[in-house]
Design a protein around this ligand. Sequence first.
Ligand SMILES: Cc1cc2nc3c(=O)[nH]c(=O)nc-3n(C[C@H](O)[C@H](O)[C@H](O)COP(=O)(O)O)c2cc1C
Length: 267
Amino acid sequence: MSQPKRDGIGNILLVAVSVCLVCSILVSGAAVALKPVQKANRVLDQKKNVLIAAGVLAEGATEDAEGRGVEALFADFETRVVDLRTGRYADDVDAQSFDQLRTASDPSRSTALATGEDPATIKRLEHYGLVYLKRDASGAIETAVLPIRGYGLWGTLYGYLALDSDLETVAGIGFYQHQETPGLGGEVENPRWKAQWAGVSLFGDDGTPAVALVKGKAPEGSGARSHQVDALSGATMTSRGVQNLVNFWVGERGYGTWLENMRGGRV
Ligand SMILES: Cc1cc2nc3c(=O)[nH]c(=O)nc-3n(C[C@H](O)[C@H](O)[C@H](O)COP(=O)(O)O)c2cc1C
């Protein structure tokens, strides 16, 4: 009796299809199984970025000097959702699951910005924004951290701005994602440049955002200097982008109304 040929075309196809099938099951199984891990890592990363901007965790560190890790340090922060249109808390929105960036691209949960009202070049502004609040023992705000974003030269920079207890002085800043050139606009990550932000006064005498990135600051002690940060050398466009986005997010279209309400004790 004649045996079927082992290296016949039918067998080759059968083996090839079986190998493909097994591999695709393995790859899609791994993708599904790893999804929750990836999501947990993304959430942990954002917590870390908030802590770094607030100055409670050093860049590149996984715990503070007392050995407290990201989760423990972040537990000192309260996460709230603010209605950016009214400057009041939106307690009907679950802060833990709220994805601010996702709502920014949803027409039912964001507003299109015309060119003249969009200095940060974000195109759409979400209705709700997150805030991270650290309180002292008496319950008063010690630090407030706000998500910020805006266009530099090559793309959108994403970061956090931390404010002191007066809600008008910068405590720290950090950008966790951007497309600026390393050594030029990418110097937004430089710890020495970032260190200058602590103590910068956000608002001018008329109460409007007044942060300025400049080449050559005004003399020490002058009013203008309190709002100034050194521009990044060789990166005028990135510097202008950072100036615009910071002023936008602390301004009336961003968190400005909430900041005013907080300072006036209305929320
Ligand atoms: C390859 C390349 C990358 C650049 N990357 C940046 C950048 O990330 N941010 C920026 O503002 N300017 C960048 N520039 C420089 C700008 O094109 C422009 O020359 C600069 O804004 C002038 O800045 P200055 O007046 O501070 O020298 C880059 C230029 C080149 C050629």
